[in-house]
Design a protein around this ligand. Structure first.
Ligand code: ZN
Length: 83
């Protein structure tokens, strides 16, 4: 019988993964782990560490922008609530 676990470990060590954001193949250790799937295999994020950090910065900026405009958000929700 083939030791599946050992094979999987080897695969993981050698595997390269295409980043979903920049599209470059990168080593698995360039990706953040994202928990485990149902079978207990380690999952990795779609985007590499570099892209993840970039998007986090952008998200933070976007959040700052939206929090600076609380008035427009407020009027929109009021209109919806009236119906
Ligand atoms: Zn990337």
């Amino acid at each position: 019988m083939v030791n599946n676990k050992l094979l999987e470990e080897l695969k993981e060590q050698q595997a390269e993964r295409l980043c979903g954001t920049c599209g470059f193949p990168k080593d698995l250790n360039q990706f953040y782990k994202d928990g485990k799937d149902k079978e207990g295999n380690t999952k990795y994020r779609r985007d590499c560490k570099e892209c993840y950090n970039k998007t986090r910065v952008i998200e933070r900026r976007n959040k700052l922008k939206t929090t600076q405009k609380p008035l427009t958000i407020g009027t929109q929700t009021r209109r919806r609530a009236r119906k």
